[in-house]
Design a protein around this ligand. Sequence first.
Ligand code: AMP
Length: 550
Amino acid sequence: MPGGHSQTLRPFLWRAETLYPDQEIVSRNHDGMQRYTYSEYADRTAQLANALDEYGIEEGDRVATFCWNHSRHFETYFAIPTIGAQLHTINPLLPDEHIQYIVDNADDQLVFVDQSLAPKLASAAEGAEEFEGVDFVVMGAEESDALDATPYEEFIDGHPTEYDWPEVDEEQPAGMCYTSGTTGRPKGVEYTNKMLWSHTMATLTPQGIPMADDDVIMPVVPMFHVNAWGMPFTATAAGAKHVYPGPQPDPEDIANLIQNEGVTVTAGVPTVWLGLMDYCKNNDVDLSTLDTVIVGGSAAPQSMIRWFDDRGVEVLHAWGMTEMSPIGSVSHLKADLEDADYDTQLDKRAKQGIMVPGLEFKVINEEGEQITHDGEEFGELYVRGPWVTKEYFKRPDANEEDFEDGWLKTGDVVTVDPDGYLKIVDRAKDVIKSGGEWISSVELENAIMAHDGVSEATVIGVPHEKWQERPVAFVVPVEGADRESMVDEIYDMLREDYPKWWLPDDIEFIEEVPKTATGKFSKKDLREQYSDHSLVEGNVPEDAAPDSDD
Ligand code: AMP
């Protein structure tokens, strides 16, 4: 049968090269700014594909990257899957033992590594049997002091700029990414061609993350984390201009790229935008080209949405997971909310949004029943759809736990309001169960972080004999904050909005909240430290303890 009917990544590359040969790709690389066109990109991608053939990569082989966001990394995004191999992006922020486990579990043979990340990879690889026989290609350098590696430009040099891209089966995995769980070993998620194709098509719709050929797209979210939310693929499919912010961009780099390149759509986790907002306090930054900032990975605070609104920039709050390629829901305003007052709209936009077309969800409560969509009842969110994985890679134990009858159990505890907007109230393992009722740790954290003297806060459930669990808060104060008065003020604030039994049994001060490799709060250490309620000193006011209830 003649080919060309499969849902693969090839047509996106073909479209960009054929219909938009002069569209630009701009990148802040290790060796300076790089600026070229889709046409040159396609030539170099073909060279890389030929080089991979010569090296011996075959259909189905996995090829890893250990890189920031830049144009060479983007070349691997199409070259590897389009020859039928599998692009495995490794998060360089993981601890060495996780990197060793991942390389071994995925059976990587060849790793593309950034010059600046070579020492980190060398530390994981040194003496590790998981790395035996693995070869390295270094990007952005003539050579690497840290690793015995072939320079990337030498690797592709002299190869033909044409490649007869084969017919790849749509079920052939094109990508792979490990979730960095807060506990246990990372779990591998494979993205088939079909998953990435359907994710690209769905996110291009007006209810996803729409983009077109007049857009300038800058993914700040790392390309090692779920394909930078798929943006390199969507931007190519749309024929948009790409801007890559390079190794560890700081707020100044981000501001400069937005201004100099006329970025219209950018994406990243809330901390990136908090950094930019802070930078803008003391620097004159022109954000006038920017239309949309996609905020996801953690909840977007209302104050952030408002800050961008004041500058004519729309925040699209998105929710997703590594297991979902990753986009699940986006907080677009539904048509009948267009006339609602600003605060009502803001409330909706700060939720995690409505499911993008193509996915289905259900929310199951503790009794195993579906919740009512009243914005109040909690339950665990289950999802399914063409770009949601059906299993983890070589992990039957995890499959048993996280999948049920074709649904992915997301581990996120949510409410759904009558308009269908999802709101994440907690991770299933973080939700606090007190006296048989659920307390949202996320809500308490956000309420505490609204205090001026608090830089960060996290709340955990500590096992309690009588109440099952009780919330305890950990606060990182801003410099010079008056800690004594702060505790009372926080309790006063919480008392206004929450029932007594939600108030933490203690507010402790800590230097910093431990984070996972993807920048999320990690509660594991605190939980280990506070394994028993008798360890909590308890500065809770008398009237706040649950026993004090009438
Ligand atoms: P990861 O697989 O590392 O991308 O993490 C996915 C998890 O991040 C989700 O299951 C949520 O718990 C969390 N998450 C993602 N997006 C958001 C968001 N917009 N608001 C709150 N939590 C989010």
